[in-house]
Design a protein around this ligand. Sequence first.
Ligand code: COA
Length: 324
Amino acid sequence: MGAVILGTGSCLPDRVLSNHDLEKIVETSDEWIRTRTGIKTRRISGKGEEAYRLATVAGQRAMEMAGVTAEEIDLIVVATISSHMLMPSCACFVQKELGAVKAFAFDINAACSGFLFGLDMVDKYLRADREKKILLIGAETLSSHTDWEDRNTCILFGDGAGAVVMGYRDEARGVVASNLFSDGNLWSLLCMHAAPSCNPDLNPPQHPGTHILMEGREVFKYAVKAMEGAVLDLLAREKVDLDTIGLMIPHQANIRILNKLVSRLGLPAEKVFINVQKYGNTSAASIPIALDEASREGRLKPDDLLLVCSFGGGFTWGAALVRW
Ligand code: COA
């Protein structure tokens, strides 16, 4: 009994940027990118494809699947770190675009873990207020925060949005439990500065710009260990055997991180959903996009136990179990 996913949706920008396209921008190769990251292509937003517009279409598709109208939505939460404006929130733009007149709306920032953190929050909200219908979205246009001269980062990220409609059901399905963590001490290993401050006293001595900065090797190490720990801890706490997991949807950061994680957990490859080769790392959008694809491809059957895990800037990380 709990917060159930009633529908899923996603929306990707039209433009496909391949590794061969990147070879023309920075000194790299398709072979290097594929072997180090598993990524072949990513989507990049063009005109009219701001995060809120991708989020709106993903939300519409999720509502359609759920059989819920915009007027019935009570709350819109968008997990994002790349909305086109700081104020109003991305969620307020989505509320306007959808015509979700009674919904209140706000964004959350937990970087790549934003959707997972939102899922936990929505689960607890719905347990406290069972009549509500909530639209939870992960939406990113990280292409606008990518240093296109930095080959360490520009090969990794992509744009897109994924959404779920959630409501409470008196049925033996829905969010079972989650396990969330943060460690702000490690902020500088994966970060993105805000715009220069209007108060010069609050500017760092040298403003590096508003693009993503990353210590790749360090992030790699922490990501594998952190997700493994969050998953094992959650399974032990909930007395769930790994064999009973129907499907795992990890944050689609990088195939090497995922392969290492999966082999340390001992999960068979066919139980892990991977689409990083098509979209790269879409941060908070990666899990709901993958969830939408998995559900539409029939990879999730009623009563399946879904395991979700993520890792991102902050650091933020965690895992959740959902009975489908
Ligand atoms: N193309 C070609 N060469 C590249 C390159 C690129 N795009 N990016 C880096 N290199 C080079 C480096 O300059 C370095 O060259 P050098 O040995 O001459 O100094 C060499 O490749 C190795 O660099 P390194 O950074 O040690 O590579 P790596 O094996 O650690 O792979 C990442 C780099 C980024 C793919 C890897 O560290 C990683 O996946 N990190 C996690 C990133 C991530 O997922 N972040 C988001 C988490 S939410």
